[in-house]
Design a protein around this ligand. Structure first.
Ligand SMILES: [Zn+2]
Length: 479
């Protein structure tokens, strides 16, 4: 009787605590609930392989306990018991790993109309979450109001999606003919853009190819004053100049560097193959690029690997996966295949192919030198790399570049969280951390492509059905 009462009291207090925590997060709407397989307050995944994201060797036969959105226990199954009230998931033969933290994502997509981009929105968000991206930074925004509102809807439980770090409008200069990007020419304009969009809720900024040193420098100072970070896909400003101005992150790696472009004029983007040919002549292992890498590492500038989008511009690569093509609207699929076939007509030793190989070599050298390499899909160019499936491809390409599967997983989890300053919450698996984790019916530490065997995505401890989320976007990309 006494034991029964004690148990009841314990259960009641657990339930009360669960109610209290749930009360903080709004109840998910029907549009979100349809993808949720479990929101039990306590879940135990038993006999599972743990890949913790730190790069440590996987641990077999573990039990991971999730209590009200956090990892409350993790250890060998024979010494880690599942709480009595836990929902049990048998993880035999499966793996858990941290949710992906991907830093060059977009909610827009090429429309095929010159250089205009439309907002993809909900379908892209479901692909991201379905592919296990639990945290994403947009690497630039064409529709920042839409991105900010979509983020709010996710947080309000209205639509499914990852945690989103939204970048403001592109910080670009004049003369590029990119009609959706602001054309900033003075330091005041750079500061004003950062102020306005930080006030509206942007938590990151991205500079673009035609920005001047003056505008970029002013924007960086203003963002840093507010504790926010700036990244850039640069061209007019060199990596070395941007690092000296205090930039936090450079997108795309060596491929976007104009540091060694012959006849480079200050604040001017040298278009064409000049910069690539110069990099190629110097060689990644040569003194010039080695010294540039050392400078970036010294100034703590992160590099974002975006091999998945570069692959779509490189001849002789494996075909686009069936799942990726199936996610596209029919007219998009047709357009993408036409463009892809044109790329494949290029000679195998073209500048593009050399650039792709050199970029992989550069990213390895940057990590060897102690640099923070992060990863993203960059679902742009002509649209062949898309949200979610592109993130999986990015992981595979990091392994092709020479990283071990465990290193690739760390780059796409721990490193992203480190850059965002959220490693104390997400990015690796440890007791006390937020339960953003993936249950995979395979072993991505042995074979990185097993990431596609993702079954369940836990976000704040709530279990989402990966296949259902991915299927929901079928035929919608590029609609
Ligand atoms: Zn991008």
């Amino acid at each position: 009787m006494r034991i029964a009462r004690l148990l009841t009291t314990a259960t009641l207090s657990l339930t009360a605590a669960a109610t209290f925590v749930r009360a903080q997060a709004p109840a998910p709407s029907a549009a979100v609930r349809r993808y949720i397989t479990s929101d039990a307050p306590v879940t135990a995944i038993t006999h599972v392989r743990v890949i913790d994201g730190t790069g440590a060797a996987p641990r077999e036969d573990q039990t991971v306990v999730i209590t009200r959105g956090r990892i409350s226990a993790m250890g060998p199954s024979n010494s880690t018991s599942a709480p009595e009230d836990a929902k049990i998931i048998d993880g035999t033969g499966k793996s858990v790993m941290p949710g992906l933290v991907m830093l060059h994502e977009h909610l827009f997509y090429p429309s095929g109309q010159g250089s205009i981009w439309h907002e993809e929105g909900g379908s892209a968000l479901r692909l991201y979450l379905g592919a296990g991206v639990t945290t994403m930074r947009t690497g630039g925004s064409m529709h920042p109001i839409a991105d900010l509102n979509l983020k709010k809807y996710i947080e309000a439980g209205k639509i499914p999606g990852p945690k989103v770090d939204v970048t403001g409008p592109y910080i670009n200069g004049a003369g590029m003919d990119a009609p959706q990007m602001p054309e900033l020419t003075t330091a005041d304009e750079g500061r004003a853009l950062v102020r306005e969009w930080a006030d509206k809720g942007a938590t990151s900024f991205k500079a673009y190819m035609f920005v001047s040193r003056e505008v970029l420098g002013a924007a960086i100072v203003e963002a840093h004053t507010r504790g926010l970070k700036v990244t850039g896909h640069l061209c007019s400003v060199t990596f070395r100049e941007a690092a000296a101005l205090g930039i936090d992150n450079l997108e795309h790696g060596l491929t976007a560097s104009t540091d060694f472009a012959p006849g480079k004029k200050a604040d001017t983007c040298p278009l064409g193959d000049g910069p690539t040919a110069a990099n190629e002549a110097l060689g990644v292992e040569g003194d010039s690029i080695t010294s540039l890498i050392a400078e970036l590492v010294k100034r703590k500038v992160a590099i974002t690997s975006t091999l998945a989008v570069f692959e779509t511009l490189t001849p002789g690569r494996p075909p686009i996966t069936e799942a990726t093509l199936a996610a596209m609207a029919p007219h998009t699929r047709e357009y993408v295949m036409t463009r892809r076939n044109a790329v494949d007509q290029m000679p195998p030793a073209s500048a593009r192919a050399k650039m792709f190989a050199m970029e992989m070599q550069f990213e390895r050298a940057f990590v060897r030198a102690g640099g923070l390499l992060v990863a993203g899909t960059d679902p742009t160019a002509y649209g062949a790399a898309i949200a979610g499936y592109g993130d999986w491809r990015q992981l595979e390409l990091l392994v092709e570049a020479g990283f071990s599967p465990l290193e690739a997983i760390s780059i796409a989890t721990k490193n992203g969280a480190t850059y965002l300053g959220r490693l104390n919450q997400v990015g690796t698996l440890a007791t006390g951390k937020v339960a953003d984790l993936l249950l995979v019916n395979g072993d991505p530490a042995a074979n990185i492509s097993d990431i596609a065997k993702l079954e369940t995505v836990f976000k704040d401890g709530v279990a989402f059905d990966s296949a259902k989320l991915l299927a929901s976007a079928k035929g919608l990309i590029g609609m």
